[in-house]
Design a protein around this ligand. Structure first.
Ligand code: UD1
Length: 368
């Protein structure tokens, strides 16, 4: 069986890594090729993850880079089509909800190749999110839909997807987290920064809806600045946010240097370093998707700076609370955590480190 695994942007790498590892257990039955679209290309947004997660380097790098949504999607499709025509895989596997996910799905399907989507069925119901459009297009086309939780299954069924396409396998991102947790715990970064466990928060912020508008970004930074008077906030800044903060003249909100105080900027961190900081954080403030899941498993309070989430299970069962991007709401939620009023949550079903194994067993069972 010949399979092409696709990655493109930072959150894809930790999802594909355990799948490749599981496929490697069946060398006689599975031949896999790793294609990187190059949507993310900076050393700190891409290469570092291959090294840390012990992933093979991509067999094929499409080198697409940045661009408008149409440009990026179109370039990926043109280049990925050539790969599919040459390799003629039995299946393409896509993960998550980035532009690369959707572009490669459309391309492969039009060539009559079967496509499986890992992390299918998540819905924010927010069509202003490019990822929601990617999720809908991908799921409607895919032959096999691997889901992380029961809510995703309900979403797909409500859209008319037949049961035999849906497989509840668990969460590959959590496979990677559980595998690397002890390794991350042993790092000394927190100590090196002079931080006690539970004495700081971490932050990620990169959604266009939060960072591309000056007034909104300013309001969020105002709130964060207030919180940082009580607990410093470590902020590994995304290139997109760096660019916007520069453009809007908002860099005075940030501190840099040896002492961690205020909203303390650092370059994007590697997987292990960030996991290490998150597992000992007082709280995580974020607009990322994956972090809502990771904090749920780590049992760390998560404050999501968005109006909705495609991962409601992290609120129903986990430690996540969705507060939007208004100052009072953000401050209120943070204050609750600082006062120790926060629900602890539990780990959702099948987030047990075995999702990739289930995916590979399911594919093998299809007997292509
Ligand atoms: C993409 C995903 C988003 C995901 C995020 C994780 C889409 C639509 N969005 O958003 O779902 O949460 O990745 O990081 O697919 N840039 C660099 N170096 C890089 C990559 C990007 O400098 O390696 C800068 C460029 O200025 C680029 C901008 O960041 O224009 C945005 O990059 P892009 O890939 O378009 O989207 P992200 O915001 O990273």
């Amino acid at each position: 069986m010949k399979i092409i695994n696709v990655v493109g942007a930072r959150p894809n790498f930790m999802k594909i890594a355990p799948i490749i590892e599981a496929m490697n257990r069946y060398p006689d039955q599975m031949h896999h090729i790793l294609v990187h679209t190059g949507q993310h290309y900076d050393q700190k947004m891409s290469k570092v993850f291959f090294e840390e997660l012990g992933m093979p380097m991509p067999d094929i790098d499409l080198g697409i880079g940045s661009g408008s949504h149409a440009e990026q999607t179109a370039r990926i499709m043109v280049e990925f089509e050539k790969v599919c025509v040459k390799e003629r895989p039995d299946m393409v596997i896509v993960v998550g909800d980035v532009n690369s996910t959707m572009a490669c799905t459309i391309t492969a399907k039009k060539l009559g190749i079967k496509v499986a989507h890992v992390e299918a069925g998540l819905r924010s119901r927010d069509m202003n999110m490019p990822e929601e459009i990617n999720r809908l297009c991908t799921d409607v086309l895919c032959d096999t839909l691997f889901i992380t939780d029961r809510i995703a299954g309900q979403n797909l069924k409500a859209e008319g997807v037949s049961d035999e396409k849906i497989f509840f396998v668990g969460n590959v991102m959590i496979d990677t987290l559980l595998k690397h947790k002890e390794m991350a715990r042993k790092l000394t970064l927190r100590e090196d920064l002079g931080l006690e466990p539970g004495s700081y928060a971490t932050l990620t912020l990169h959604r266009p809806s939060n960072v591309d508008d000056r007034a909104i970004l300013t309001e969020i930074l105002d709130a964060l600045s207030e919180i940082s008077k009580e607990t410093p906030i470590i902020f590994p800044i995304h290139p997109r946010t760096r660019k916007m903060a520069d453009q809007f003249g908002l860099n005075h909100y940030f501190t840099e240097g040896r002492k961690v105080e205020g909203i303390w900027l650092t370059e994007p961190l590697g997987y292990l370093e960030f996991l290490h900081l998150n597992m000992n954080a007082k709280m995580v403030l974020t607009d990322s998707g994956g972090l809502q899941e990771e904090t749920t498993v780590l049992g760390v309070p998560c404050i999501t700076l968005r109006h909705n989430t495609e991962r409601p299970i992290t609120c129903e069962e986990g430690t996540n609370v969705v507060v939007g991007n208004r100052r009072t709401k953000i401050l209120g939620a943070a204050q609750q955590v600082l006062n120790g009023q926060f629900s602890s949550g539990r780990i959702p079903e099948k987030w047990d480190g075995k999702a990739a194994e289930r995916i590979v067993e399911t594919i093998l069972g299809m007997g292509m």
